[in-house]
Design a protein around this ligand. Structure first.
Ligand code: FAD
Length: 502
């Protein structure tokens, strides 16, 4: 049976774009359909950690922790510009987890998976170390360990770019509205919107991958024609607040809360600290998930128990909320439901549908390999895992060379502010050379929209990274939305409109 594609992936979050990359590099013909911008949902609203998750060891989920830590190394290697080491400091809190338990936990965390790039954990005397300075004096002892931070939305786009390089068709602003079961294939009806019009499109495939995150149940009900389906995804909202930088050093804190949860404070975009997160059951449209006053108070209170200077709701300069779709494992409390992924596959009259539940950004690549195992068996095509060995676009260097390369680019582009070069290198890796080309003064970079955002970068984003609106640039490809003024945003919006419609 001839179809337009072997595989249609619905959802351009981390799981959809990762699967599209994994599949297209193995020679499958793939289309990825995303109803808004790439990474416009959960995958850009995360805590931005590539981590094993110390907390999951308390749930005895050692498999997830090990797999995540193996992935931490793999991902650092394939995307060293957007995934960077970060040290976490955990002050010891009397009355919460005992010291021996934390030390044992960290010993396992250090050794449960091979480690090439990250330092091991250690005990810190907070009363004799600058790391203790921002903290209340009662916190005399703590622990320090390694994990990584990721530019989550860029990880999604880089996967989509690489998938596209191997032939995948990436269609953004394309919403799947109907799924029809033909005898031997799927027929997908979608609406593709641009600034001027909405077009209906029809595509067929042998395999359908439902990677629609918090819309997984919604898509399944389109497939199974059920209203109230038993497709057991549980929606949990998590929110973050951003406040002016809380301390001078570049490490993160992980604070134990008396409710058994942990709260992170993470250095964010040089001038800010990111604080998160919460776990609240959610109903409704995931795009309308918003932080509540209770969540803001909870986050401020939780960190104020540790810092000398209290954090107040009035300090919040930005916030965001994301919705996880977790596989309902019958646990009562949101914090206790597993963060592991689950893949459900159904064979329906010689066509296959795969749905993804749960998961973490950290494990998206492993999940993609697992999905390919299932599809390979079904289509009787054998191919090898490949995505842990090939760099994502711009990341063609070792994590160990990051600082040297950054120095080289700062020298090469000395006509630009160092901070701007650093941001460009962090975001685009070696593709910074394709953006700045051989220009040697700022005039040649085109219009300046503010905060080091030049026309040449915006052109790159439109031509290579599916940017259609100012918000795609300001809140996903970059976080310059935190810095640009209203009139600068308007100018950028106008510029992008004129280019996209040209
Ligand atoms: C608060 C919070 C913090 C987190 N922190 C971390 C962390 O630090 N580290 C970590 O590893 N993981 C973290 N996670 C988990 C991680 O963010 C998610 O597991 C991951 O982003 C899920 O990706 P996804 O691709 O499945 O879903 P999404 O990113 O939501 O993508 C699904 C996409 O499907 C699209 N879609 C839906 N319906 C349709 C349709 N009909 N047609 C076309 N497209 C459609 C949506 O627009 C969306 O873009 C966090 C999650 C939350 C909520």
């Amino acid at each position: 049976m001839k179809t337009d594609f072997d595989i249609i992936v619905i959802g351009g979050g981390i799981n959809g774009s990762g699967i599209a990359r994994e599949a297209s590099g193995r020679g499958y013909s793939v289309a990825l359909l995303e109803m808004n911008d790439l990474s416009s949902a959960t995958s850009s609203w995360s805590t931005k950690l590539i981590h094993g998750g110390l907390r999951y060891m308390e749930q005895y989920n050692f498999r997830l922790v090990r797999e995540s830590l193996v992935e931490r190394e793999n991902l650092m290697e394939i995307a060293p510009n957007i995934i960077r080491p970060l040290r976490f400091v955990m002050p010891h809190s009397a009355g919460l987890r005992p010291s021996w338990l934390i030390r044992l936990g960290l010993l396992i965390y250090d050794n449960i998976a091979p480690r090439r790039f990250l330092r091991s954990s250690r005990i810190v005397k907070l009363n004799k170390n600058t790391l203790g300075l921002p903290l209340q004096e009662e916190f005399k002892k703590g622990y320090e360990y390694s994990d990584c931070m990721v530019e989550d939305a860029r990880l999604v786009v880089l996967n989509a770019m690489d998938a596209n390089k191997y032939g995948a068709k990436i269609m953004t602003n394309t919403k799947v509205i109907k799924i029809i079961k033909n005898d031997f294939s799927w027929k997908i009806i979608a609406e593709n919107k641009d600034q001027r019009s909405t077009k209906k499109i029809e595509l067929t495939s042998k395999v359908l991958v439902n990677a629609s995150g918090p819309w997984t149940n919604d898509l399944l009900s389109k497939i199974n024609k059920t209203k109230d389906n038993d497709n057991n995804a549980r929606l949990i909202k998590g929110s973050h607040i951003i406040v002016p930088r809380l301390y001078d050093h570049n490490k993160a804190y992980i604070f134990q809360n008396s409710d058994g949860r942990v709260i992170f404070t993470i250095p964010f975009e040089k001038e800010f600290s990111l604080i998160g997160t919460t776990d609240i059951p959610f109903k409704g449209n995931p795009l309308e998930a918003k932080i509540s006053l209770e969540e803001i108070n909870y986050l401020c209170e939780s960190v104020s128990r540790y810092f000398k200077n209290r954090v107040f709701p009035e300090d919040v300069v930005w916030n965001y909320s994301g919705v996880r779709s977790l596989l309902d494992d019958g646990r009562k409390k949101a914090k206790d439901i597993t963060r592991d992924y689950s893949i459900k596959s159904d064979y329906l009259n010689q066509k296959m549908c795969i749905s993804i539940f749960g998961g973490k950004i950290t494990t998206y690549r492993k999940l993609s390999e697992e999905v390919m195992k299932i599809i390979g068996k079904y289509l009787n095509k054998h191919s090898s895992n490949w995505t842990s060995k090939r760099s994502l676009p711009g990341g063609e260097f070792s994590p160990l060379d990051f600082q040297n390369l950054l120095k080289r680019y700062i020298q090469k582009y000395s006509f630009l502010d160092e901070q701007v070069v650093a941001r460009l290198f962090h975001s685009y890796g070696k593709n910074i050379e394709k953006i700045i080309k051989n220009k040697n003064n700022t005039r040649d970079l085109g219009s300046h929209f503010g905060s080091g955002l030049y026309e040449c970068e915006v052109s790159w984003l439109i031509e290579n990274e599916w940017v259609k609106k100012a918000e795609d640039v300001l809140w996903r490809r970059t976080k310059l939305g935190l810095f640009l003024k209203k009139d600068q945003v308007k100018t950028l919006e106008k510029h992008i409109n004129s280019k996209v419609l040209a």
